[in-house]
Design a binder for this molecule. Structure first.
Ligand SMILES: [Cu+2]
Length: 136
């Protein structure tokens, strides 16, 4: 009877551990759980250039077309004085594969591309800001 009682305690303890891991994974998605799962094969950086919020600028993302192997990671860094976002698809398409939070000056956003293809993206605040990632 006693053994049975402790087994129940152990069961609750394991459940509690699973719950803690699950909540941790949701709350801190870029920590070791995801790190183990998805190590990028290559990393590349794209700059959101100074004055990118100005529609007369001739470049917004540098480089605006970037190639990366499958499971490669792109990191965007906002070097502009204005807020920007990096959202997949095009303005009004509604099919967003990835979507960054509001990036302030110096903020970064990373995404691992796990499918081959050509992926367009844009800034929701300035829809004229467009870029392309080619995953091969
Ligand atoms: Cu923008």
């Amino acid at each position: 009877m006693k053994v049975y009682k402790y087994r129940i305690h152990f069961f609750y303890f394991v459940c509690f551990l699973c719950l803690v891991c699950f909540v941790f994974n949701i709350m801190f998605p870029n920590t070791f759980f995801h790190y183990i799962k998805s190590q990028p094969v290559e990393r590349k950086e794209i700059k959101i250039v100074i004055n990118a919020h100005n529609p007369t600028n001739n470049i917004y993302f540098d480089p605006s077309i970037e190639s990366i192997p499958k499971n490669g990671e792109i990191t965007w860094i906002n070097e502009d004085s204005s807020f920007h976002t990096v959202v997949s698809g095009s303005y009004g398409s509604g099919l967003y594969n990835f979507s960054s939070p509001l990036l302030m000056t110096g903020d970064k956003f990373s995404w691992i591309f796990d499918k081959n293809g050509t992926f367009n993206y844009f800034c929701t605040l300035h829809p004229f800001m467009k870029g392309t990632i080619k995953v091969t």
